[in-house]
Design a binder for this molecule. Structure first.
Ligand SMILES: *Cc1c(COP(=O)(O)O)cnc(C)c1O
Length: 493
């Protein structure tokens, strides 16, 4: 099975090639053009334990790997890394369910994909006979950097370098990154904002491709959410939550369910649509946004317009105006019309806006719903769910819960709300929502939240305060390119 660029069907790649390249040469994203090529007995999956289920689904999406190889990779990625090998538990909360995706090594949902991606990359190197060492470059506003470091540390043949804005991430996020162990990791703060870090990384890629000799035989790559190797592992928890409902006799095999997904880059919710294409009985996928509601407007009206004010909200991982994975949905909903997708993406780039044909909008709306909620409602939701059900959620999850309220009023099928972060990752906002006065120091907020809620601080966060700082590099934003290229060319870190 070959993956195709969303923008030009001349650009194709095997699964391993797509994983190693990340993005297609024309700037398009690698996609499956025909899901009917994929053979998966989805009902048989429901009987499996989560890690074997993951292996089966990933093997179907990436058939260059044998079932035995994929089983091995999934075990390496997940066994013993999450709170339990069940990976993503489902909790019943009132008349809905919450799918907890944050029980991984950094307490964020990105762990699900970033635990698996390094295994897929290493195996793809072997499969394609790639000899060069890979250096992953990542600019982070907080969460992705740590999840990537945790996934890639001590992985053979791959190194990882993370740049974060100095004084631009939370104290806990900073501590998570600067205490990262591993002889293949580098972490640097830059005097600048997240945009500066992102620009610096992009320019580094450009300079490296113009002068590859500066890298001394290494190759740069990225771990961002447009890589098909990050999307594929996220398909698994949709099946897993369905299997849980069957096992608990809440539904029978074949009954429909709906999912409400806190959305930023559209990766998480798109994985849900992949699950549906693979056979999972999904009624609707509801896209939940915060005040940056570019996706709500798009899904309701068919016009994507990024020319609008950008809000910094209490759910920062969803503060996004250009959702890159939406391009894959456009491709699927236009019956793989590369020319149309390329033209829409050109309009977005040049004019900041595009409109999809009415027929395509109707197709999208048959599968997806959308809603949004502001910070005030987010806080009120955290408090209400805590007071009514004794369930504590983080700000991102609360956005999705708030959006699910409306949908739930008319839904007959079970509704599953995806939870993307532990409340302990955003203790300041969560404490404020509960009506408490948060301590000034964020580490004290963790203890305070544990006392108020009676819940344990996740282990990875509890140990941070006293963990040894291993990375104290601070550079000017103008130095990023030289720093990255020099470091990437060094054999020993
Ligand atoms: C990344 C992230 C999201 C958004 O997921 P996408 O796949 O980008 O839509 C939501 N919540 C949290 C906590 C995240 O880290």
């Amino acid at each position: 099975m070959l993956y195709q660029s969303t923008r030009n069907n001349q650009y194709t790649a095997s699964g391993p090639e797509a994983i190693l390249q990340g993005i297609a040469p024309d700037g398009g994203l690698y996609m499956i053009s025909d899901f009917s090529d994929i053979h998966l007995d989805w009902k048989a999956l429901l009987e499996l334990d989560t890690i074997s289920m993951a292996a089966k689904i990933l093997q179907a999406l990436l058939p260059d790997f044998t079932p035995a190889e994929m089983e091995e990779l999934a075990k390496k990625a997940y066994c013993g890394k999450f709170e339990s090998d069940d990976l993503t538990p489902l909790a019943q909360v009132g008349d809905r369910y919450v799918l907890e995706l944050f029980r991984g090594p950094t307490s964020a949902f990105k762990d699900v994909a970033l635990s698996m991606l390094p295994q897929l990359m290493t195996a793809s190197r072997a499969k394609t006979g790639m000899k060069e060492e890979i250096v992953i470059l990542s600019a982070t506003s907080g969460d992705t950097g740590k999840a990537a470091l945790e996934g890639f540390h001590d992985v053979d043949g791959i190194k990882i370098m993370v740049f974060y804005p100095n004084n631009g991430v939370s104290a806990v996020q900073q501590a998570q990154m600067v205490t990262q162990t591993g002889n293949n990791v580098a972490v640097a703060a830059i005097n600048g904002n997240f945009g500066d870090a992102q620009t610096g990384v992009k320019l580094t890629f450009a300079k490296a491709s113009a002068q590859p000799e500066t890298l001394n035989g290494a190759v740069l790559s990225s771990a961002n959410s447009i890589n098909i190797g990050r999307l594929a592992p996220q398909v698994v928890y949709y099946f897993k939550s369905y299997a849980d409902l069957v096992r608990e006799e809440k539904i029978k095999v074949g009954d429909k369910v709906s999912f409400v997904v806190p959305t930023g880059n559209f990766g998480d919710i798109l994985a849900g649509y992949f699950a549906k294409k693979l056979g999972l009985p999904v009624e609707k996928l509801i896209c939940a946004s915060n005040e940056n509601k570019v996706l709500t407007d798009f899904l309701n009206e068919g016009v994507y317009d990024r020319k609008r004010p950008f809000y910094k909200t209490t759910s920062p991982s969803m503060d996004i105006l250009v959702s890159s994975n939406l391009e894959r949905l456009l491709y699927m909903m236009s019956d793989c019309n590369n020319e149309l997708v390329a033209s829409l993406m050109k309009q977005l780039n040049e004019e900041g806006r595009y409109q999809v044909p009415a027929e395509m909008l109707a197709k999208i709306q048959a599968e997806f719903g959308a809603g949004f909620c502001d910070d005030q409602q987010t806080a009120a939701t955290i408090r209400k769910v805590w007071e009514e059900y004794g369930y504590l959620m983080d700000t991102h999850t609360a956005v999705a819960w708030a959006v699910s309220e409306d949908y739930k009023k008319t839904a007959e099928e079970p509704v599953i709300v995806l939870s993307t972060a532990s409340p302990f990752k955003f203790p300041y906002a969560v404490l404020s929502a509960l009506g408490e006065t948060p301590a000034e120091n964020e580490f004290d907020c963790l203890t305070q939240l544990a006392e108020v809620s009676g819940l344990p601080i996740p282990k990875n966060l509890a140990g941070l305060k006293d963990a040894k700082v291993l990375h104290n590099t601070v550079i000017e934003k103008e130095q990023l390119i030289d720093f990255a290229l020099t470091k990437a060319g060094e054999k020993q870190w």
